[in-house]
Design a protein around this ligand. Structure first.
Ligand SMILES: [Zn+2]
Ligand SMILES: [Zn+2]
Ligand SMILES: [Zn+2]
Length: 251
């Protein structure tokens, strides 16, 4: 099965306008260092995880139909591209009630009536929709409701942490449900963790070691993090992967 990391960046993307840090300068010069906002596509079930503000650009390159949309949380970098989905007739949205309501509101505000379906997921239980999904909460202030997903398709399991503070390291339930998945897509926003907000490099690696996924990809990387090469060097001994935009991951 193939999973596509459409966007590997965090809220401001790389390059961030007016920023002259090493990552931003390089990304302006060389497109392979550009990071659009975080988003993932699973072709097998035509599922998009997080409609990023760069969704038009993602869809333009992907050129595939979207039928399901999972939303980790309602921060703009994870949901603001939603109106770009207007080209698709039938979509089912899956998230916690809070994000589902924001999604519905964006649809009504920008697109009016639609034949789309919204499925509110309670945290910490499995659902079976032909594929299985489990939504677990994360600590990610200032938003009150944020979470990650474990999605099971046939015999393959994919975990996405969504945005999370380092508190996830002591969340036994989240670690247990992600344990041994075929693919872990974890956030690694900054060099250092910010309590209750985002993971830094060291804590993201510790999380991956606890989860013991068959394959681990780090994404949602800020322009202010280390360079791609430095990050690759830091995870190399563990065999982990640092995402780039439009990276194909085979599981
Ligand atoms: Zn984010
Ligand atoms: Zn920068
Ligand atoms: Zn966020």
């Amino acid at each position: 099965m193939r999973v596509i990391i459409l966007g590997s960046g965090s809220y401001s993307g790389t390059p961030k306008p007016l920023c002259n840090c090493e990552n931003c300068v390089r990304a302006r010069k060389y497109p392979q260092y550009k990071r659009t906002r975080f988003s993932v596509f699973i072709p097998e079930i035509k599922a998009l995880i997080d409609p990023s503000p760069d969704l038009h650009y993602h869809l333009e390159h992907l050129n595939m139909e979207v039928k399901k949309v999972f939303i980790t949380h309602a921060h703009f970098d994870h949901i603001a591209g939603l109106p770009e989905l207007q080209i698709f007739k039938e979509i089912k949205f899956y998230s916690h009630e809070y994000a589902v309501n924001v999604a519905k509101h964006l649809q009504e505000l920008f697109l009016g009536e639609r034949d789309w379906r919204y499925i509110s997921l309670e945290f910490n239980r499995w659902y079976d929709f032909g594929f299985k999904v489990y939504h677990f909460p994360t600590v990610h202030q200032p938003i009150e409701v944020a979470g990650g997903f474990v999605i099971e398709i046939g015999k393959k399991r994919i975990a996405v942490t969504g945005d999370t503070g380092p508190e996830i390291l002591s969340d036994k339930n989240a670690i247990e449900v992600m344990k041994g998945v075929d693919l872990l897509i974890a956030e690694m926003t900054h060099k250092q963790s910010i309590p209750k907000t985002h993971l830094g490099v060291e804590d993201a690696i510790t999380l991956a070691q606890k989860v013991e996924a068959k394959k681990t990809v780090f994404a949602h990387i800020s322009h202010s993090n280390y360079t791609q090469e430095k990050l690759e060097e830091l995870v190399r001994e563990h065999g982990y992967i640092i995402a780039r935009d439009f990276m194909y991951v085979e599981i």
